[in-house]
Structure formats: C-alpha cells, structure tokens
Design a binder for this molecule. Structure first.
Ligand code: C2E
Ligand code: CA
Ligand code: CA
Ligand code: CA
Length: 278
C-alpha cells in the first residue's frame, strides 16, 4: 500500500510536469508564431435578415503550428491573455483584417468587418492610437470596422474605458458587445456606454428550440436591444428553424454554420455575391 501511494504520487507529479512542459512549449511556440507567419484569419459571413445579403463578416484567428498542426483559439487566446502576447497578436489580427477587407472594398463590395478585441487590448491606453494607425496604414474606412468586445472587458468600466469607446465612436467605428448574457451582464453599462450591437451568445441559440428558458432570454435580449436602439446579431445558427424564429423575434443579423463556416480570405468575395434569404 505504501508503494502504491508513492507510485500515485509519482504519477501525479509526472503528469503535472508533462502539463507544465506542454504549456511552456505552447508559450514558446506562440512567441515564434507571429515571427514565422503561422497565424491566418478566416471570415464568417453575417446575414442581414432585412436584405438576405451578407453585409459583414467576423474575422477569426487560426494558428497552424508546424509540428502540432491546428491549434484552436480557445486554447491559445487565454494563454496569450495571461502573458500579454495578445497585444501584438491582436494588432496583427486587426491589421490583417483591415488589409484583406480593403481588397474586397476595392473590388466594389461594401463590406464591414468585425474584429475581436480581448479585454486586455481594450484596457490598453494605446488602443485608440493603434487602431487609428492601422486604419490609416491600410486605408480601411473606420465606418466599415466593428470591434467586438466581451462583457468582461466592460465590467467595472471607468472613465478611461468610456473615453476609449467615445473616441472610437467619434471616428464612426462600431462597438459590438460579444457573448452577451454569458458574463456579468449589467444594465448599468448598457445604459452608459455608446455601443451599437449586441451578439446573442451561441449557448442560447443552441437551446432555443428545446427549452423555453433559452428562448425567453433571447426574446428579452432582443426587445431590450430594440428599446435601447442596438442592433442584434445571433451567433451559432445551425438550423433553418432557429433562423426563422430569430427573424420573427426581430433579430437583425444571423451568423452560423447554417449559412457558412468561417472561410479563407480568398473565398469571401464568392460568398458576398450570393444571397441567402430565409
Ligand atoms: P466568438 O467570438 O464567440 O466566435 C464565435 C465562435 O463560434 C467561432 O469559433 C466560430 O467559428 C464558432 N461558430 C460560429 N458559428 C457556429 C455554429 O453554427 N456552430 C458551431 N458549433 N460553432 C460556430 P472559433 O473561431 O473557434 O473562435 C473561438 C473564440 O476565440 C471566439 O469566440 C473568440 O472569443 C476567440 N477569438 C477568435 N479569434 C480571435 C481574435 O482574433 N482575437 C481575440 N481576442 N479572440 C479571438
Ligand atoms: Ca466574436
Ligand atoms: Ca461571439
Ligand atoms: Ca460565443
């Protein structure tokens, strides 16, 4: 029994070492990824219910690791947030999205692009300078840019954050509140922050056809948004039935595998030519 105990102990400690080692490798890999061009963006179209057209796309980052293959943003974004690498990675994503979307504009598609900002980027005092620098460098019009922020970035918002949002808004950049309902939703910031759009989280869309509670929450989010003059996007639409119900409830934009998975930048304009009325 004594031996077993020791073995267990060794087992746990070697598992722990293994985990720590994996993490360290991932962190070192992350540092190299930017230098070695291992990131790329994919874009998921968002359908405008009123016209049946794709008028906007969300940029989503992808990491192709030379040895480990594809690594999900759900695995590396949290790590990049902890070690601060999200700042240069986030700038890369914004610059790349603006540069690639500029090509679609030049081809005559008046498309808007949504880019995800991590809370750390949002609280960075240099954010506005960095965004404006990237816009002038790429020539991308500010009014075609949407910045998606999550609730946790706005939690305990202060004068500085209010100032950041106001400055971005004064340049006609739109602010979308991502994953709405999953964090510390507070009516307080809805009241005081000049945001434009609310994104209903996929978790509510997943449940909306089966459970009355998800549906009730979606209905309330949409009516709240209408009353406060925000547009509403629902994400994670996988079924026509979900799209139809959301349309009836007054949702403005739909995004999900039902319309399209995220695609490579070269495929975006093919999509924009199509209409997807529901
Ligand atoms: P998110 O911002 O909530 O993005 C939506 C996620 O849902 C994306 O996962 C998208 O591919 C997925 N999705 C969309 N429609 C469907 C559907 O119908 N069914 C299913 N099962 N999934 C769907 P992805 O690309 O893996 O991104 C995960 C998260 O990583 C994002 O969640 C976002 O929080 C973060 N992320 C991605 N790119 C960036 C980035 O450039 N910067 C930052 N800060 N975060 C990013
Ligand atoms: Ca998002
Ligand atoms: Ca989202
Ligand atoms: Ca989500």
């Amino acid at each position: 029994a004594k031996d077993e105990g020791r073995n267990n102990c060794q087992f746990y400690s070697s598992t722990f070492t293994h985990q720590a080692e994996k993490r360290l490798n991932l962190e070192n890999g992350l540092r190299n990824a930017l230098l070695q061009n291992q990131f790329f963006l994919v874009y998921q179209p968002q359908m405008d219910i009123a016209t049946g057209k794709f008028l906007s796309v969300e940029a989503l980052i992808r990491w192709q690791h030379p040895a480990q293959g594809f690594i999900s943003p759900l695995d590396f974004i949290p790590l990049a947030e902890e070690n601060g690498l999200i700042i240069p990675i986030g700038e890369w994503a914004l610059r790349t999205a603006c540069a690639e979307a500029m090509e679609w504009l030049k081809k005559g598609f008046n498309i808007r692009v949504s880019v995800n900002l991590s809370p750390l980027q949002f609280k960075n005092p240099d954010l506005v300078k960095s965004v404006m620098g990237i816009l002038s460098e790429t020539g991308f019009p500010p009014s075609n840019l949407v910045l998606e922020v999550t609730e946790s970035a706005l939690m305990d918002y202060n004068a500085e954050i209010l100032n950041t949002i106001n400055t971005l808004r004064s340049h006609n950049i739109e602010i979308s509140l991502d994953d709405f309902g999953t964090g510390y939703s507070s009516m307080n910031y809805l009241m005081h922050l000049p945001i434009n759009n609310i994104k209903v989280d996929k978790s509510f869309v997943d449940g909306m056809l089966d459970d009355g509670k998800s549906l009730a929450i979606i209905r309330s989010i949409i009516s709240l948004s209408k009353n406060l003059n925000f547009t509403v996007t629902a994400e994670g639409i996988e079924l026509l039935e979900q799209a139809n119900v959301l349309k009836k409830l007054g949702c403005d934009y739909l995004q999900g595998y039902y319309f399209s998975k995220p695609v490579r930048s070269g495929e975006v304009t093919d999509f924009l030519r199509k209409q997807h009325p529901i």
